[in-house]
Design a protein around this ligand. Structure first.
Ligand SMILES: Cc1cc2nc3c(=O)[nH]c(=O)nc-3n(C[C@H](O)[C@H](O)[C@H](O)COP(=O)(O)O)c2cc1C
Length: 243
């Protein structure tokens, strides 16, 4: 692996990124950068490498752009955005993603110790289906099993249906963050939004029934008045603890 030496660049990007609510309508905006940053976002860590995310691009030229920004409660971060990116989670794709992982493992572990291969395959053949499957009462059954197993040894407790959703949204949010840092590195600004009508956005974009919207990100070149005040964070002692 390559040693990363340009640490300053990264910290500068993190410090400079702000949620910008008003985007410039005049300056050029390279929509190809959005594509590039989304492809970079796909490299974000994600639970079991299942990649249960989708990214929908709605540029200013799209007929859906104005109705979509209205569904972001008319927020300026949406109406002035040069492109909107809708981050979506797709639980239902778990079977095809598990299959893709199995194919990758077969290829990647071809010359490895057969025991290692078996263990890696078992993860996607046994554990992953247990986590993602949906049957009546399965969520509660999983929690009961976890409770009993947990009496004897450390056990993952977050196994309910709701926990599966949280897990999907965690991974999608990491991709969203990677995307926003990528955009900042390219000289553009973003605003993540959860203020939108998810039901109507799903209908507008014709998203499948199982799709859940993680967030919608407005993109463009930010105007200074689009940054609402200086940055505020609570003191680090209130949130960072050493045990
Ligand atoms: C999940 C999420 C949802 C957000 N939703 C909105 C939103 O709907 N509208 C908005 O103006 N800002 C939204 N924000 C931006 C936050 O208000 C902003 O990140 C926070 O105030 C910190 O400011 P900073 O990003 O400039 O550091 C959201 C941020 C996140 C992470």
């Amino acid at each position: 692996m390559k040693e990363i030496t340009d640490e300053i660049g990264f910290f500068e990007i993190v410090n400079e990124r702000r949620s910008v609510r008003i985007f410039d309508q005049e300056s050029p905006f390279d929509h190809q950068v959005v594509q590039k940053c989304l492809e970079t976002a796909m490299l974000a860590p994600n639970s079991s490498n299942m990649q249960l995310w989708e990214f929908y691009r709605v540029p200013e030229t799209s007929l859906l752009k104005i109705p979509l920004s209205k569904l972001c409660m008319g927020q300026k971060a949406g109406t002035t955005a040069r492109e909107l990116v809708v981050i979506v989670v797709r639980r239902k794709l778990w079977k095809s993603r598990a299959k893709a992982n199995l194919e990758y493992i077969r290829e990647c572990y071809r010359d490895a110790d057969p025991k290692k291969l078996k263990r890696a395959m078992a993860y996607y053949k046994n554990l992953v289906p247990k986590f993602y499957s949906k049957y009546p009462f399965w969520s509660i059954i999983k929690q009961i099993i976890a409770w009993f197993v947990g009496l004897k040894r450390p056990m993952v407790r977050q196994v309910s249906s709701c926990d599966v959703r949280i897990s999907l949204h965690k991974s999608a949010a990491l991709a969203a963050m990677t995307f926003m840092y990528g955009m900042k590195a390219e000289g553009y600004d973003t605003c993540p939004m959860e203020g939108f009508d998810s039901k109507k956005v799903k209908k507008l974009l014709n998203l499948p029934k199982d799709a859940e919207i993680n967030m919608i990100i407005g993109c463009g070149k930010g105007l200074p008045e689009g940054v609402y005040g200086r940055r505020f964070r609570v003191p680090s002692e209130q949130v960072i603890f050493k045990k």
